[in-house]
Design a protein around this ligand. Structure first.
Ligand code: FAD
Length: 436
């Protein structure tokens, strides 16, 4: 007897319960389908990151890589056999799997989360609206031990579509900058490095973009190169870092209950809010040329590395929504194009949190001050100087306020495109009008 293991957001062998379920049925054809609909929506860094990880998996096991709409490819490859998957919980993934499930016997085992979205319920059986309550119930619910997948599973030889492999190899070659090491071994190395070197100081270091005090695992977690359950099994699950994993699980849960929240306000708190569409200012935000050093540093880190520190994601999102008065989906779309960890649940609900429309959201009237935020979280200006070369000549915290220095603009750093104090007042006025 044989079956198919269709890999999606679980590009790993280790701790892979769906693969284990497939192996229990006999010989397994391992399949990855390059879906043109998802490929089209991704920028070059995201394509390169996905491709590098698929190719790394294909080096480890015989993986058949095909190109085309999975609704057509999967039934063809399955040819009457069962298809094992790790359950997908995003709106697109659920629609796709429903359609395929009506043509083949699709068997979901596990999900990309320690606790599958929809499983943590409140006393009345509904979804949690508040993170702290969710996190408590999530820990109480608990999760299974890691699955022991064989290191060299018995798989059928690969039979790939050469076009798909060529596209992926070209995407890796066209990566716009150096990406982290791809594949499971690199991911586990990164995890061990963080667990042994960064985890202890994480509670105090995580808000310091100048110190690189976070795990940098989000891009691996996004593609399932690592499963969060494997990491939680390795640490104290009451720790601050485990709570960050709970945020990821919370947002996936929110999206599962409210698929429309991917691109629409989750809460109607700001219905009737007036938004702007200032093309030039949005372009300055995208290119990191707003004239606010911490905002520009964050946007350039995104542009030149495909990743941005969490504190910067909040600061730059606040700047777009509150200083430029732009509706959050515009920013969320841009982040998703560029982030190698770009994840519709974490990203779009992170944006809604900042914009004041999400679950547990930061209240709208909390407007991040881009100058004091910079001085507080990058006190020596090191992060700004690293990403904004036009300010590299300004020592210490002076990099945050070039307007205070006689030489602040001598390397053509742009002037501020808006006045923060004025725009804060404007944002609060719009907020009052929307609430009235
Ligand atoms: P660590 O600090 O080491 O945290 C460990 C893991 O916990 C992360 O890898 C991530 O999986 C999870 N995590 C941490 N913080 C959050 C959070 N606030 N929400 C959800 N999960 C979290 N995260 C993404 O994975 N993809 C995104 O597209 C994304 N977009 C965001 C957009 C905005 C506007 C904001 C405010 C946050 C966003 N985040 C996103 C959350 C967070 O910024 C990143 O997960 C984090 O910066 C990744 O770095 P790390 O792996 O070093 O995190």
């Amino acid at each position: 007897k044989s079956s198919v293991m269709w890999f999606r957001r679980d590009l790993r062998v280790r701790d892979n319960p769906a693969l284990l379920a497939a192996l229990e049925e006999g010989t397994v054809t391992a399949l990855f389908v390059l879906d043109p609909a998802l490929w089209k929506g991704a920028g070059p860094a995201r394509r390169a990151w996905l491709s590098a990880n698929v190719l790394a998996l294909a080096e480890r096991i015989p993986l058949s890589v095909h190109l085309g709409d999975p609704r057509e490819v999967v039934p063809r490859v399955a040819d009457g056999r069962r298809v094992h998957v790790c359950a997908e919980t995003t709106p697109y993934g659920r629609r796709r799997d429903d359609a395929i499930g009506s043509q083949v016997d699709l068997v979901p085992t596990g999900s990309p989360y320690a606790v599958g979205p929809g499983l943590v319920r409140n006393g009345s059986g509904g979804a949690y609206q508040v993170f702290s309550a969710f996190a408590r119930a999530w820990r109480e619910h608990g999760w299974p031990e890691p699955a022991h997948t064989p290191r060299s599973p018995d798989l059928a030889p690969a039979d790939s579509d050469q076009r798909a492999l060529d596209m992926m190899e070209a995407a890796v070659a066209d990566a716009p900058f150096d990406l982290p090491g791809a594949g499971e071994d690199a991911a586990w190395r990164r995890w061990r490095e963080f667990r042994d070197g960064g985890l202890e100081d994480y509670p105090t270091e995580r808000d310091r973009p100048d110190h690189d005090g976070t795990s940098r695992l989000s891009a691996y977690l996004h593609l399932g190169v690592l499963h969060p359950r494997s990491l939680l099994a390795d640490i104290d699950t009451g720790s601050t870092w485990a709570t960050e994993i709970a945020w990821r699980e919370f947002y996936a849960d929110v999206l599962w209950h409210e698929p429309a929240s991917a691109w629409h306000d989750l809460k109607p708190t700001l219905e009737g809010m007036r938004y702007d569409d200032p093309e030039d200012a949005i372009e300055a935000w995208r290119t990191g040329t707003t004239g606010y050093p911490i905002v520009d540093a964050g946007m350039r880190q995104l542009l030149h590395s495909g990743w941005m520190h969490n504190r910067l994601r909040m600061i730059t999102a606040s700047f777009l929504t509150k200083d430029l008065h732009v509706w959050w989906p515009v920013g969320a779309r841009h982040f998703l194009d560029l982030l190698i960890d770009g994840d519709v649940a974490s990203n779009n609900h992170g944006w809604q949190w900042v914009a004041g429309t999400g679950t547990d959201a930061s209240p709208y009237f909390r407007v991040f001050n881009p100058i004091t935020q910079g001085l507080k979280f990058d006190p020596q200006g090191d992060y700004v100087r690293r990403w904004v070369p036009e300010l590299a000549h300004l020592p210490g915290k002076a990099a945050h306020e070039p307007w205070k220095s006689d030489v602040g603009y001598e390397h053509d750093y742009p002037r501020r495109i808006v006045d923060h104090a004025d725009e804060r007042t404007e944002a609060l006025e719009r907020y009052r009008a929307a609430r009235a």
